[in-house]
Design a protein around this ligand. Structure first.
Ligand SMILES: [Zn+2]
Length: 195
């Protein structure tokens, strides 16, 4: 079977960018690179997905309610909007995760679109079997999404020039990239695709 590719942009939202509630250092620097990937995929009429962390006001994901993180990406808030310079095409498919107040949802495979279709289901409908993954953060949502993609049998290309990590501990991102590669994700940069 021929590979059908799709681009997945993980959580490129204001709250995860430097001025945001849970800003990843340097996150805004990957926006122009991601836009180049978007153009490549648009030109080839391949599907483009963007995930959004999308939390209720009270969730066990936040420190105030026993979780790990400061308040971020409250649904419909400015912090939950995509970075203003991200140029998503009109037909990009947006999927949301983190709505369940009882659990952390790091993986895009826990996300669904506005009509309630799961990310996995949409991939199947579109016959996608190869995912090109960009976005935030390397050591959390990117890592968990890539692991789930591999577990579900997708080929994964990790766009190492278009991801950034939190690094709560130094080298978290580096070891996340090693983990993902060991499990089968192939790290690539934009030069490989331009040919
Ligand atoms: Zn979150």
């Amino acid at each position: 079977m021929k590979n059908k590719k799709a681009l997945l942009i993980v959580d490129l939202q204001n709250d995860f960018c430097p001025a945001g509630a849970l800003g990843v250092p340097g996150a805004d620097k990957i926006v122009p690179v991601i836009n180049r990937y978007v153009r490549l995929f648009s030109k080839k009429k391949l599907p483009i997905f963007a995930s959004a962390d999308w939390h209720p006001i009270r969730t066990a994901h936040f420190k105030d309610f026993g979780g790990r993180w400061p308040v971020h990406c409250i649904h419909n808030s400015r912090g939950a909007q995509f970075h203003p310079k991200l140029k998503l095409p009109k037909d990009a498919i947006v999927v949301y995760k983190g709505m369940d107040p009882q659990r952390d949802s790091y993986s895009v495979f826990q996300a669904e679109d506005k009509s309630g279709r799961s990310f996995l289901n949409i991939l199947k409908i579109l016959r996608v079997n190869e995912l090109y993954v960009a976005g935030l953060a390397t050591d959390y949502c990117v890592k968990y999404s890539v692991k789930d993609a591999l577990k579900s049998g997708f080929k994964v290309r990790l766009l190492v020039d278009a991801i950034k990590g939190v690094d709560l501990k130094p080298k978290d991102s580096e070891s996340a990239i090693k983990d993902m590669s060991r499990l089968g994700a192939k790290p690539i940069k934009i030069g490989v695709l331009k040919k």
